[in-house]
Design a protein around this ligand. Structure first.
Ligand code: GDP
Length: 172
């Protein structure tokens, strides 16, 4: 008798945010426990999709598009169960961009979508432009969870995805 194949129900997660905030690095850290300072950036990538099995295991992710393909984003987040909207704590502009992504999700995405705000590059705290208080206040007003993470040191990454997975709706 062959061993039974475990059934994992995939949940779709989309990472949104200005390019260079660290979306690919966050995924790389989570999936492979690696960080590559000099890795070529996913130039202009505005969003990434990842299929997350509920009971860990294999993760599949890919570059979903570039900034200039931003009009394609709805195609990705409409079917997503969760969205991680990332910004770089050393860039106010990236925080503004995150706010606009969240507004767009609230208008256009499935009302049941789990939205998480992620302030990345926590290791660069000395160059911080977005305070924890400001990000927390915004998250509270919008009813979102807020995590501060570093794709470089891995701080907060596991906890963030764990929370996202727990909050994702389970379908039959
Ligand atoms: P993306 O365009 O949003 O996917 O961003 P990338 O993952 O390509 O990262 C952009 C740049 O920021 C790269 O040079 C990364 O090495 C760097 N980076 C990403 N995350 C961190 C972090 O947590 N800390 C630091 N110091 N650099 C980071």
């Amino acid at each position: 008798q062959p061993a039974p194949v475990p059934i994992t129900t995939a949940r779709k997660l989309v990472l949104l945010g200005e390019s260079a905030v660290g979306k690919s690095s966050i995924v790389l850290q989570f999936v492979k426990k690696q960080f590559d300072e000099w890795r070529e950036s996913t130039i202009g990538a505005a969003f990434l999709t990842q299929t997350v099995p509920v009971k860990s295991g294999n993760f599949i992710w890919d570059t979903a598009g570039q900034e200039r393909y931003k009009s394609l984003a709805p195609m990705y987040y409409r079917s997503a169960h969760a969205a991680v909207v990332a910004f770089d704590i050393t860039s106010s502009a990236s925080f503004e961009k995150a706010r606009s992504w969240i507004a767009e999700l609230q208008r256009q995405a499935d009302p049941g979508i789990v939205i998480v705000l992620a302030g990345n590059k926590l290791d660069l705290v000395s160059q911080r432009q977005v305070s924890t208080a400001d990000a927390e206040q915004f998250a509270r007003e919008e009813g979102l969870l807020y995590f501060e993470v570093s794709a470089k040191t891995a701080e907060g990454i596991e906890e963030m995805f764990q929370t996202v997975a727990e909050k994702m709706p389970i379908e039959p």
